[in-house]
Design a protein around this ligand. Structure first.
Ligand SMILES: Nc1ncnc2c1ncn2[C@@H]1O[C@H](COP(=O)(O)OP(=O)(O)OP(=O)(O)O)[C@@H](O)[C@H]1O
Ligand SMILES: [Mg+2]
Length: 256
């Protein structure tokens, strides 16, 4: 599985105004890689995912998956959007089985797979609960379980931990690393969080403010599995300094 974005541009019409969201975005992600995209709010990160998923059309440029522009998104990727995650009137099990149901795939097998993964996702015993009965971290894990169960090799995760407190968030990052090491999937991960990007990624693309373009790409060579002590290691701190520098360069001067 490999994905190549070539020179993507996209603008939105908002009434009479035209908003240029993305300009000249090119990137590539190889099989089994964990790649993050970090950038300021409104720079077009979610738009990029919508383009890859076929939910928005680019004005220019192309997306190729395994060399083809004519891929069917549902066949090759699963997408965890930034919001609107779980349906409150369905149980957790029914929520996570939704993609299997929608595609008319084998529901019995889907159910078995799902139940087998509930413990790994820290959701054992909550199969028949409703989303309103879960904590924030559990809801995010349920939404991730649904994305994993969709069974596609490429997973697009749009700020999956954005709404969580710092402690829960760090636990979730460690847990996601474990899952990723076990499941052997390709991940593109959107975040605003510098530590999260470094902790999880093989590579980090840094985006400029809107219109979003890619400003830099950093390699993270810290060995895995990364533990909580990795975040105070020399490599980590150096990368963090560089990343913060790249993002801070993008702020308007404070007297403007
Ligand atoms: N459907 C839409 N119609 C009009 N404008 C849109 C639409 N979706 C996004 N935009 C605009 O495009 C720009 C990029 O939005 P996008 O949601 O991709 O940003 P983002 O980087 O994901 O931001 P955040 O970090 O806050 O989630 C913003 O200026 C936004 O207002
Ligand atoms: Mg977004």
């Amino acid at each position: 599985m490999n994905i190549v974005l070539d020179n993507i541009g996209k603008s939105y019409k908002a009434g009479k105004r035209e908003v240029l969201a993305l300009s000249g975005v090119s990137l590539n992600v190889g099989s089994g890689e964990f790649v993050s995209i970090i950038g300021p709010s409104g720079c077009g990160k979610s738009t990029l995912f919508k383009i890859i998923c076929g939910l928005a059309n680019p004005d220019r440029g192309s997306v190729r998956i395994n060399g083809s522009r004519d891929y069917r998104p549902g066949d090759v990727l699963s997408y965890m959007p930034q919001k609107d995650l779980l349906m409150p009137w369905r149980t957790v099990l029914d929520n996570v089985l939704l993609p299997v149901k929608i595609r008319g795939e084998d529901l019995k097998k889907g159910r078995e797979d799902a139940l087998g993964l509930f413990p790994l996702f820290g959701l054992e015993g909550f199969e028949s609960s409703y989303p309103g009965e879960l904590s924030g971290g559990m809801s995010q894990r349920a939404a991730l379980l649904r994305t994993v169960l969709a069974g596609r090799e490429l997973m697009l995760l749009d700020e999956p931990f954005g709404s969580l407190d710092a402690i829960t968030r760090f636990n979730m990052q460690q847990w996601l690393q474990e899952i990723w090491l076990k499941l052997n999937r390709t991940v593109i991960f959107i975040t605003h969080d510098v530590d999260e990007a470094i902790f999880l990624s093989d590579r980090i693309y840094v985006m400029s403010p809107r219109p979003g373009s890619l400003r830099d790409c950093l390699e993270v060579t810290i060995p895995r599995p990364r533990t909580s002590s990795a975040v105070i290691g020399n490599n980590f701190v150096k990368l963090k300094e560089k990343l913060i520098g790249l993002l801070a360069d993008q702020l308007p001067p404070s007297d403007s």
